[in-house]
Design a protein around this ligand. Structure first.
Ligand code: CP
Ligand code: NVA
Length: 314
């Protein structure tokens, strides 16, 4: 059956089947290849997209901007001080107004409920550019990078070391369990994934042939890893917890010793970026030959473009 995502929002990978996720990754690969050859099909000509950012961003913002322009669309950036979202105007009202003017809306901010409300009230596809709970577009780029580097997703041993209950770990756990990877979270007990999400992902893993393991033993976790992934110890909006996080997460730092503990030489190191060198990852590992972080960053653009093309493009 042909896959058609026209008119759909992209709020979380929970809403997508493995086939649909694969389709988006393959489309991104096709768009990447075409861009490298200088082929632009302008699949979003005469479209306008609103980019709402309550939190800062380099990769996500630039990916939506460049991706839209490459395909002939006009992107409009709406920063936190530019609009009244949720302050002087309700989210529902802003959503309905933007929905009358734009063909799609990206939202990055705090609450997952906000992105859901935007989708419910705008009547146009809404794309989640990161919330406190989820970061689904990042996972598409990560999976595209794994496919490029390791040739497959199914059966990959994917170890995430760090804050096991942040948006990145949640999104990766959803994605890995849908796509048949073996997702291992190595995190201190206080930062393990939330139970309800974990249970849901275990159901996905059962269907896909993947698995989920949660542990606080990082040395054991990384054995045989195909991928080691980490993210910042303090996510945007949690700055007050900085000291506590550093104390808790120091043993989970990805350094040369941890990379060696995999017992493999071809394990790849991944990070969504921005990275705080010397905290969650050492400079050596980030700059080392196993690191694929800048391919990942580039792939944000191709995958985000694919999401827009698939949902509002020709
Ligand atoms: N990885 C990521 O989302 O980066 P930005 O915060 O720069 O968008
Ligand atoms: N967990 C990080 C991801 C940044 C892309 C944050 O929310 O700040």
């Amino acid at each position: 059956m042909a896959i058609d995502l026209k008119g759909r929002s992209f709020l979380t990978l929970k809403d997508f089947t493995a086939e649909e996720i694969e389709y988006l990754i393959d489309l991104a690969m096709e768009l990447k290849e075409k861009k490298k050859k200088g082929i632009f099909e302008k699949r979003m000509e005469n479209k306008n997209v609103a980019l709402i950012f309550e939190k800062p961003s380099t990769r996500t913002r630039c990916s939506f901007t460049v991706g839209a322009i490459d395909e002939g669309a006009h992107p409009e950036y709406l920063g936190k001080d530019d609009i009244q979202l949720g302050h002087k105007e309700t989210i529902e009202d802003t959503a309905r107004v933007l929905g009358r003017m734009f063909d799609g809306i990206e939202f990055r901010g705090f609450s997952q409920q906000t992105v859901e409300k935007l989708a419910q009230y705008s009547g146009v596809p809404v794309w989640n550019g990161l919330t406190d709970e989820d970061h689904p577009t990042q996972v598409l780029a990560d999976f595209m990078t794994i496919k490029e580097k390791l040739g497959k997703l199914r059966g990959i041993r994917f170890v995430y070391a760090g804050d096991g209950r942040n948006n990145m770990s949640n999104a990766l756990m959803i994605g890995c369990s849908k796509m048949g990877l073996h997702y291992v979270v190595a995190a201190p007990k206080g930062l393990h994934p939330e139970k309800q999400l974990l249970e849901l992902c275990k159901v996905y893993a059962e269907e896909s042939g993947g698995s989920i393991t949660v542990t606080d033993d990082v040395k054991e976790a990384v054995k045989n890893a195909d991928v080691i992934y980490t993210d910042v110890w303090v996510s945007m909006g949690e700055e007050a917890k900085t000291k506590e996080r550093i104390d808790l997460l120091q043993p989970y730092q990805v350094n040369e010793q941890l990379m060696t503990a995999t017992g493999k030489e071809d394990t790849i190191f991944m990070h969504c970026l921005p990275a705080v060198r010397g905290y969650e990852v050492t400079n050596e590992v980030l700059e080392g030959k196993q690191s694929v972080v800048f391919d990942e960053a580039e792939n944000r653009m191709h995958t985000i473009k694919a999401v827009m093309v698939a949902t509002i493009g020709k």
